[in-house]
Ligand binder design. Sequence first.
Ligand code: PRP
Ligand code: GLN
Ligand code: MG
Length: 520
Amino acid sequence: MCGILGLCLADQTANAAPELFEGSLFLQHRGQDACGITTSGPKGRFYQCKGNGMVREVLTKERLSNLVGNLGIAHLRYPTAGSSAGSEAQPFYVNSPYGISMGHNGNLVNTKQLRKYLDEDVHRHINTDSDSELLLNIFASELQKSNKSRVNNDDIFEALKGLYNICRGAYACVGLLAGYGLFAFRDPNGIRPLLIGERHNQNGTTDYMVASESVVLKAHNFNKFRDVLPGEGVIINKSGTVEFKQVVPLKSYTPDIFEYVYFARPDSVLDGISVYRTRLAMGAKLAENIKNLDIVDQIDVVIPVPDTSRNTALECAVELNKPFREGFVKNTYVGRTFIMPDQKKRVSSVRRKLNAMESEFANRNVLIVDDSIVRGTTSKEIVNMAREAGAKKVFFASAAPAIRYNHIYGIDLADTKALVAYERTEEEVAKVLGADQVIYQKLEDLIDCVKIEEKDRTITHFEVGVFTGNYITGVEDSYLQELEEVRAQNQKLSIQSAATSDANAKAEADIGIYNMGDYK
Ligand SMILES: O=P(O)(O)OC[C@H]1O[C@H](OP(=O)(O)OP(=O)(O)O)[C@H](O)[C@@H]1O
Ligand SMILES: NC(=O)CC[C@H](N)C(=O)O
Ligand SMILES: [Mg+2]
């Protein structure tokens, strides 16, 4: 899952980069692997800084000062296609036609077909394994079809229509067209989130921001905001005029439910649904089910796994009428472990990240609540730590149902075989984790917690393929196979390049021609 951001300042002499930097910090939880900013300045020139690392590491003050222009986009990457090579950091850039830069959140599922089309039919050079580079080139090739020296909004919407017809998968995107303006669009099923907001300045002008989560918009006073609809595109010209268009009919309105379970910040409202409220509801539902289990009378205390499950665990404790205790203390200087690309890093990070307080575990039967159990890496260590801290019985509840399938739309949940619930019953999962019992939320209950049925908006269906194996866009077996091959290849490369200074392994991982290398 990645984070995307776009900004158009009405004041054409102002620079967008500082605010894009601030905004990126609000989206850091969506991608910790790489980040970047592109701005568009005088003479329609692009200025860019990107690379592997967190926002504060890559986008330093000196580098930001070189990014001029009142228009800009930013990207926070959590690699879910291709590799984690620096050359796949976003935004991507193509010089033809007109100069385009783009950032993408999501995954395309028909990459093989797109790669072939770009090569054999429209002869575009693709330099990396990233699906986002394919997406940008599809857009460029569609825009090229207008065959004009200067395009207008209609041409851009027409190009988007072409893209919608060719690209399958999840995509929320923000882009810059050199000398023209900013554009954004969302896939026809609305799988990944995207919002647009306005900020009214004292001199009567309006700034615009596009972002993956509402929290950024609120924090920057873009108080009037709304979700971009599935299949909708928006163009903000450099002079500040805005045009929306439903480019293709909405296929479905099915946001990825995992945004609410784990990915998004609790203080965001996505598609009219408060992430925080859904997490509270997940806690209440879990409690409802636990009340019917034999273990309920044995539970002495409810303990969350910080950070994400805190809201859920608290509400679960309240509903169960049991004490809630912060038994694990989190070291805030260690990032999210789940989105680390490498399994070894994940395992070692759990212990560095969480520390169990004996006072809260000793001689108690504990109900540990987490948002999800994916590979089980965190959960297993956590059960171990609870026992080491003196817990008698350890019950483990998950706010999400058992995850038994690939996530294919931009959350790298690992190969199915690496999922702890893959081909395992609840009892078998409990055994692997070392827990006395594992309690999973039911899928229909999770959907109940998230759905919205209001006068002006009804969303009752979600992308839930990780739980069911049925994906909203459909997916060929060959894509799932390709995903597994890419993961295996990445694993091999990371082992090889860590173990040796093998030039070939590094070359494959580090290809890059734009703005890469030493930023000193
Ligand atoms: O099944 P596993 O492989 O153990 O992964 C699941 C865990 O990973 C995530 O936490 P993470 O540390 O990424 O972030 P958080 O601090 O936001 O909870 C998630 O919240 C679960 O706790
Ligand atoms: N998680 C994402 O949204 C990643 C976007 C894109 N698929 C990439 O890997 O760079
Ligand atoms: Mg967690």
